[in-house]
Design a protein around this ligand. Structure first.
Ligand code: AMP
Length: 188
């Protein structure tokens, strides 16, 4: 089972991806986590993307596609993948389909966390206070939300046409969201 957790920034994708990893052994592939790790390591890539990430804009398709390509090659025996924060553009989605096909795999399901963006602002303000992620500050978060609406939301019809998309209520509690996601994954 290869799954995309889909939704705007701070919808809870990372939290739910970690649960699925623990419960089902799927491998979580989060381009945001990979880019943050690159920054922490001080690598050339990390330095290149730092300012873009802090602004809330998307880094180039080329960079994130290469990260996913490496991760797929390194996890050939994974029982499944959970893509979290990737793909974020139609070009990334097309590249993902092609990369998976080369490994004899495909996206089986796209679970969309349906959320209220106004309430997300509160969630992000709380996370900013607790974790201090630079791109959770209100200005950057607005840029991230706009990037989602302009560049990522077009993936909804892309996956709808392939009949892969299932929506769940992302504003429910963490346990209830997890239950709905499990049902969306296991439904035929
Ligand atoms: P995230 O934690 O997924 O919200 O990612 C944090 C930041 O990393 C985003 O605001 C982007 O600057 C960058 N990023 C992560 N994933 C992608 C992606 N798939 N495409 C472009 N930029 C990304």
């Amino acid at each position: 089972m290869n799954l995309i957790l889909f939704g705007p920034p701070a919808a809870g994708k990372g939290t739910q991806a970690k649960r699925l990893t623990a419960e089902r052994g799927y491998v979580q592939l989060s381009t945001g986590d990979m880019l943050r790790a690159a920054r922490k390591s001080g690598s050339e890539l990390g330095q290149k993307v730092a300012a873009i990430m802090d602004s809330g804009s998307l880094v180039s398709d080329e960079i994130v596609i290469a990260l996913i390509e490496d991760a797929l090659a390194q996890n050939k025996t994974a029982p499944g993948f959970i893509f979290d924060g990737f793909p974020r553009t139609v070009a990334q989605a097309e590249a993902l389909d092609a990369m998976l096909a080369r490994h004899g795999k495909q996206i089986d399901r796209v679970v969309q966390l349906e959320v209220d963006s106004q309430q997300l602002l509160d969630r992000v303000a709380k996370r900013f206070a607790e974790e201090g992620r630079a791109d959770d500050n209100p200005e950057s978060y607005k840029v991230r939300l706009n990037a989602y609406l302009a560049q990522t939301a077009p993936l909804i019809p892309y996956y709808e046409q392939k009949n892969k998309l299932r929506g769940v209520d992302g504003m429910a509690g963490i346990e209830d969201v997890a239950t709905s996601i499990a049902a969306a994954i296991d439904a035929r």
